[in-house]
Design a protein. Structure first.
Length: 237
């Protein structure tokens, strides 16, 4: 069989094994830059980029609230996770794996930080692309259980309004159907092995600058004006 001619001189430009390894390592490093943190199993953990500008959610959520909520609170959870993970097995896990492992192991300090990091990633991504309607199997599940998307929204506002103090209202996959649950503080359905479809933050830092103490008004506006239900449909699978 004929040999393919070399495109480079044999001796002067031949790639050494060290060169090959260096280039391979660079390729891996370059690929890692474009891999979402949720799929990357190595510290340091970095917050996912905000998928829109800080003023994209106006008037439902102000640019000032987004700047503080994303830039200070969300990022702060990641900073603390990195501190707590140093020199521990957590450093080789993803954020979602840390949530599950810390909950199972009773590591409340790490769980609270990792869970809030994960919670906020899901939260910000739920508004990507602007408000859209649900479709496919998810839309059918909504109609079956809540009659309409408005019915689901009302249920989430009701449950979210009853969370005492800080927490989240979650929409989860329950078999082939749906369930709405309110949880305290950093708690999320992921820690219990459930498929999480949507979470709306009811900590005061999420709404107080814009709505003061009117939490349910904030919930209603977010659900009606910001949630991309196609993104939620995709999570339903």
């Amino acid at each position: 069989m004929a040999q393919t001619p070399s495109l480079v001189p044999d001796a002067a430009s031949a790639m050494t094994r060290r060169d090959a390894l260096a280039l391979a390592g660079a390729a891996v490093a370059s690929a890692a830059l474009f891999t979402p943190h949720v799929a990357r199993a190595a510290a340091p953990f970095t917050i996912s980029p905000l998928p829109y500008s800080e003023d994209a959610l106006v008037p439902t959520i102000s640019a000032r609230t987004v700047g503080l909520h994303y830039g200070k609170h969300s990022k702060g959870y990641y900073d603390t996770v990195n501190q707590l993970a140093t020199g521990k097995p957590y450093a080789d896990m993803t954020i979602s794996e840390i949530v599950v492992a810390s909950k199972k192991g009773g590591d409340t300090e790490m769980f609270n930080q990792a869970a809030q990091a994960w919670n906020h990633d899901l939260y910000w991504a739920s508004f990507k692309g602007g408000s859209q309607k649900p479709d496919t199997a998810f839309a059918k599940a909504v109609e079956t259980q809540f009659e309409s998307l408005d019915g689901l929204n009302r249920k989430m506002v009701e449950v979210g309004g009853k969370v005492f103090g800080t927490g989240w209202v979650w929409l989860v996959k329950d078999g082939d159907g749906l369930a709405v649950v309110g949880m305290k503080d950093a708690m999320n359905p992921l820690a219990d092995g459930k498929t999480t479809l949507l979470g709306v933050d009811v900590w005061e830092h999420a709404y107080y600058l814009d709505y003061e103490n009117r939490r349910t008004a904030h919930l209603d506006a977010v659900l009606k004006n910001l949630v991309n239900w196609q993104v939620v449909s995709d999570r339903f699978g």
